[in-house]
Design a protein. Structure first.
Length: 422
């Protein structure tokens, strides 16, 4: 998931160096004279455009633990985060608690940088379908903070002008609504795809209903060589092309628009009726002042209900080199508690990854939250065939298809090759 960035591959020699450097220690120094310790926490949330109530939770932690002070460091996401932490981890200088995603957890865990948290009280409460994203080689190396939706945004004011009162739930209704919006003189949908993320992600979102409602075990079957992208993913891929064929989107133009900066700005400015992005943008979009709805991609047959698509997002890991290991584990434990994590989930508009977890509700995300509660969801397999390299490759292959440079058959073949790479 490019939203949280991707890590550079870690060589075997680096892993060996990490073990030798463990004795050097990392994170904050020892306790002060009065026994107070300082935890250095590094994250790509908690600042910038995504404060996510992190400061509020940190303040509550310090109040509950007066002998532990938080030194919080916000770092810009994506490559900036990786490029800063990679050498710090190698040199024993990284924070005591660091934010990770599944990709980073696996790579940094394999290098010995992350502590084994399998014995922590919260580890047994992780939902079965979320646990795999926080584990490597049978060990829990991170505390999952969220399962966050990616789906369709709707400007309800613009839909009202076209005579539409609710967000579409199936593909035929979606196409009919796009036609109504266009007839009303409104730009139907924005799908900015400069980095290749949107096209690839919409393909996954459409497949979450079209493919997975037919076979919930598709991922396992694919990894076992029992199924393939062609023909299973032909219909989701065709949906992308249909949007242009019917005049609702111009992919050549969309490939020139950045999905992370310009995309949110344009939708907030009321430039289109629909838009595709993650639920983490709901809080920012609400500031625009118009009623907004966030729902699963409506990719199914007429009369069906769509599956939501979730991403196993941010997680907390403890630096194995930390001199404040006990305090670091206490910090992670504090975050796992419903009354604390719910503040983060409320800001993110995300679902809880814990059994009996507290998932905040909002009117904006009702369609998506309803799908989650009804069990109509699928989690992106970022721990297997849709990991970093495969996601990037899929994005570029989908872009080529949308520009007419590759056939559907060739595109599905190329995606299968990327997904099968070790």
């Amino acid at each position: 998931m490019k939203r949280s960035g991707r890590c550079l591959a870690v060589a075997t020699t680096v892993a060996a160096m990490a073990i030798s450097l463990a004795a050097c220690g990392g994170g904050s120094s020892g306790a002060s004279a009065d026994g107070t310790v300082t935890l250095h926490v590094q994250a790509w949330k908690g600042g910038g455009a995504e404060p996510a109530n992190v400061a509020e939770i940190n303040k509550a932690f310090e109040k509950a633990h007066p002998k532990i002070k938080i030194d919080f460091e916000y770092i810009t996401a994506n490559d900036t985060y990786t490029q800063k932490l990679q050498p710090e981890l190698l040199g024993g200088k990284a924070g005591d608690v660091i934010m990770v995603d599944t990709d980073r957890m696996k790579k940094w865990g394999a290098s010995g940088y992350l502590a084994d948290l399998s014995g922590e009280s919260w580890a047994s409460r992780i939902t079965p379908d979320a646990k795999q994203f926080a584990q490597a080689d049978g060990k829990t190396l991170a505390m999952p903070m969220e399962l966050i939706g990616i789906g369709l945004y709707a400007n309800m004011d613009l839909l009202k002008k076209a005579g539409i009162t609710e967000v579409p739930a199936d593909w035929p209704t979606f196409l009919a609504d796009l036609a109504k919006v266009k007839k009303a003189g409104i730009d139907p949908i924005a799908l900015p795809d400069k980095s290749g993320w949107t096209g690839s992600s919409v393909l996954q979102a459409a497949g979450s209903t079209v493919v997975y409602q037919k076979n919930k075990q598709w991922d396992a079957d694919f990894l076992a060589g029992k199924t393939s992208f062609d023909p299973d993913w032909k219909e989701p891929l065709q949906q992308l092309k249909t949007l242009e064929d019917q005049g609702y989107v111009n992919w050549k133009n969309e490939l020139g628009v950045d999905e992370w900066s310009q995309g949110p700005q344009d939708f907030s400015a009321g430039k289109s009726a629909f838009w595709y992005q993650g639920a983490w943008q709901v809080s920012n979009i609400k500031k625009a002042g118009f009623p907004v709805s966030f729902a699963p991609w409506p990719g199914g047959a007429a009369g069906t209900k769509p599956n939501g698509m979730l991403f196993a997002g941010t997680m907390w890991s403890v630096n194995s080199q930390s001199q404040q290991g006990d305090a670091a584990r206490e910090y992670v434990k504090f975050w796992s508690q419903n009354q604390n994590l719910s503040k983060f989930l409320e800001a993110e508009h995300a679902e809880s990854p814990f059994i009996s977890g507290l998932t905040p509700e909002s009117t904006e995300t009702t369609p998506f939250t309803t799908a989650f509660k009804e069990g109509r969801y699928r989690i992106l397999p970022s721990d297997s065939w849709y990991a970093a390299a495969a996601e990037t490759a899929t994005g570029s292959k989908v872009q080529a298809y949308l520009l007419g440079s590759a056939s559907a058959a060739q595109t599905l073949k190329d995606i299968q090759t990327a997904a099968s790479a070790k």
